[in-house]
Design a protein around this ligand. Structure first.
Ligand code: HEM
Length: 423
């Protein structure tokens, strides 16, 4: 194949708007009604918000905040900015399995439920439990690389990026390999239901996924209760048995939070790997730098997380009267935290639209911050490092072979498909 047959990724312009046009884009921003062009490249819009309307009032009365310092403040003040989503999800989902799932998972709760569940989950995701996944992870990645080398024409998402997290989390929770088939679609359907606007089909798919997932986990948990693993390395056994101080989860809390862990580590990590490999095609000089200096991989992963954050939005609700950036807000104001914009805030990141694999400091917010900081960040970093590092060592000349397909979602940013040639 000659290079003329390959697709060259076009590095998008980051801030094509200025002055009145930028002001107008910021003013009209509505996460519930976005133009198609937004999904390919949201960053010009984010820059318009950062510059002209950093505390942006949406038509539905909620606010979108974009500045790094504002996000940090909201993340840290959990008394004023609550994660409890019962009020918001009540009208959104009604009395449904989706409502029960999302309002029982730790990420959408405040203390005391959040503190209790988080302590158990963080206690279960021990450095030992994570370290013991590494040899299996390397074997898995190398197996996928071998299979791709044989084929030559591959899809970087289905043949690689999405095949990794499912196995890693499946191993961590001890889901038998032959039972992992439906996990990805359940996860996509349940997390997809968090999008700002839902079709009845999406809602229906999400509800069915929760019911099927719960059914499956009931059997898995019963089997593990009957035959427990080593709680130091088997995360599910640890979650079932509790922390040894008498603290345990109820059956509903256990099942719903297992679903959450299985989901949380899936699409996000798939997108970290896919977005990272794509960004390296957009930035050939940085790719060469990483090939020549493989030790850069740790800081490269941090930069991929900042540059194309897989989780672009977070949410909070005010508990009392407050203000952000001088804008007064009554209690029960809904706030969307735009991680994707904050990670491109020029006040925090010099030259933010440049991919700089040795960026320092790089205190991005891809994993959030404060009490709800991602509990799986060490595992996600390990997966990103091993997957992208080993891929690049094996296929330094990989290239697009057709136009990639984006996920087309505002909350989770990634690709459905990246056709590529690796041979
Ligand atoms: C690149 C991959 C990942 C990204 C970008 C990511 C991002 C995030 C973010 C932004 C939050 C905070 C949500 C908030 O404050 O509203 C979060 C929470 C969480 N994540 Fe991740 N995550 C990733 C991978 C993982 C993995 C692999 C796991 C599990 C093995 C995981 C488990 C969790 C859990 C349990 C929470 C809830 C923490 C809490 O509420 O206290 N994540 N994640």
């Amino acid at each position: 194949m000659t290079t003329t047959e390959l697709w060259l990724p076009e590095r998008p312009a980051s801030a094509p708007w200025s002055g009145d046009k930028a002001r107008e884009v910021a003013r009209a921003f509505d996460p519930r009604d976005l133009p198609q062009t937004f999904y390919a490249n949201p960053y010009p819009t984010y820059h318009a918000l950062l510059e002209h309307d950093p505390v942006h009032l949406c038509p539905d009365g909620s606010y979108v905040i974009s500045r790094y310092d504002d996000l940090l403040r909201v993340y840290r003040d959990t008394a004023t900015f609550s994660s409890d989503k019962k009020k918001e999800f009540g009208p959104k989902y009604g009395d449904t399995p989706l409502f029960q799932h999302h309002t029982t998972s730790l990420v959408f709760n405040d203390p005391p439920l959040h503190t209790r569940v988080r302590r158990l989950i963080v206690g279960a995701l021990t450095p030992r439990a994570i370290a013991q996944t590494e040899p299996g992870l390397i074997g898995l990645v190398d197996g996928l690389l071998d299979a791709m080398a044989e084929r030559g024409d591959v899809d970087l998402i289905s043949d690689f990026a999405s095949a990794i997290p499912i196995e890693v989390i499946g191993n961590l929770l001890g889901v038998p390999r032959e039972e992992r088939g439906p996990l990805r679609n359940w996860s996509l359907a349940i997390l997809g239901a968090l999008e700002p606007v839902l079709t009845p089909e999406q809602e229906d798919r999400g509800n069915r996924a929760v019911v099927e997932f719960l059914d499956y986990l009931k059997g898995l948990v019963a089997a593990r209760r009957a035959s427990p693993g080593d709680p130091d390395i088997d995360v599910l056994t640890r979650l079932i048995e509790g922390d040894g101080d008498g603290e345990t989860l109820s059956e509903v809390e256990l099942l719903q939070n297992c679903i959450f862990i299985l989901n949380a580590g899936h699409e996000t990590t798939t997108n970290l790997i896919g977005n990272g490999l794509y960004a390296l095609m957009e930035w050939p000089d940085e790719r060469r730098r990483l090939i020549d200096n493989p030790d850069l991989i740790d800081s490269a992963v941090e930069e991929f997380l900042r540059f194309e954050s897989s989780n672009q939005l977070g949410n909070r609700i005010t508990t009392v009267e407050t203000e952000i950036g001088g804008v007064a807000m009554p209690p029960e104001t809904r706030i969307t935290l735009c991680i994707g914009a904050a990670n491109r805030d020029p006040r925090q990141f010099p030259n933010p639209d440049r991919l700089d694999l040795s960026r320092k400091p790089n205190k991005h917010l891809a994993f959030g911050s404060g009490a709800h900081t991602c509990a799986g960040l060490s595992l996600a970093r390990l997966e990103g490092k091993i997957a992208i590092g080993r891929f690049l060592a094996r296929f330094p000349d990989y290239a697009l072979s057709a136009e990639p397909t984006r996920g087309g979602r505002v909350r989770f940013r990634g690709f459905l498909s990246i056709p590529a040639r690796v041979g």
